[in-house]
Write a protein that binds this ligand. Sequence first.
Ligand code: PXP
Length: 255
Amino acid sequence: MPLLGVNVDHVATIRQARYRSGPGGSSGYGEPDVVPAAAAAVRGGAECITVHLREDRRHVIDRDVELVRASCHVKFNLEMAGTPEMQAIALRQRVDQVTLVPEGRQEVTTEGGLAVAGRIEHWKKFLAPLKAAGIVTSAFITPEPEQAAAAAEAGFDAIEIHTGAFAHAWTDRTGAGGAAYQQAREAFVHCVRDFSHVLRIHAGHALNYENTQDLLSLPGARSDIRELHIGHSIVARAVFVGMEQAVREMKRLVG
Ligand code: PXP
């Protein structure tokens, strides 16, 4: 049964919509504050909290990482680009896990997977100090065998399979997107089947209260996916029912 990781970035997105130019509001940093949001997510059943500290600090800021890390008593996963600055922050904050993602300035959210194939030596070097510090390392990749094999060779402990293509195709699964949906399901199942014996399997991106159940019904999914990482749909649901309840509902679906 996968553990539920909740990504609280979009709580910060709401704050930054008003307070981008600097501190303010009742917390001194603007509201809503990601620190109580993370605590509420844990009360609702989150077993891991994720924040993505982007290089442009468009949502989560350094102060959020420090305070959530200090106050969070579940697994803390820092999503980050593979830069020396982010590596230093991960080490300083003694995070439990890093998930390496590609970052593009123009993208609204993480679009593609990390390029690991062809860059194995680069990633080996980058991971070395993180692994020496006991930090679990995960690569966010599309479900392609060459990327997963490269992640294993580079020494990543885990891969987070990008579920964006699956989720996108899911919305049109009974229409013109039927073939893409089948293809996305097969790619996911093959990746889990072929790599769960060498890498921990995580999954995430664009999962919601409907498509998550479908993903988890795929062969091997419930038994072999170790972590699911879900953000936007939970924060969106939290607008109506509160964070604790939104997480509780997702946790019920995950099992
Ligand atoms: N996992 C990774 C690696 C991501 O980049 C994101 C998006 O920040 C998520 C999970 C969560 O995606 P969503 O917000 O669509 O649930």
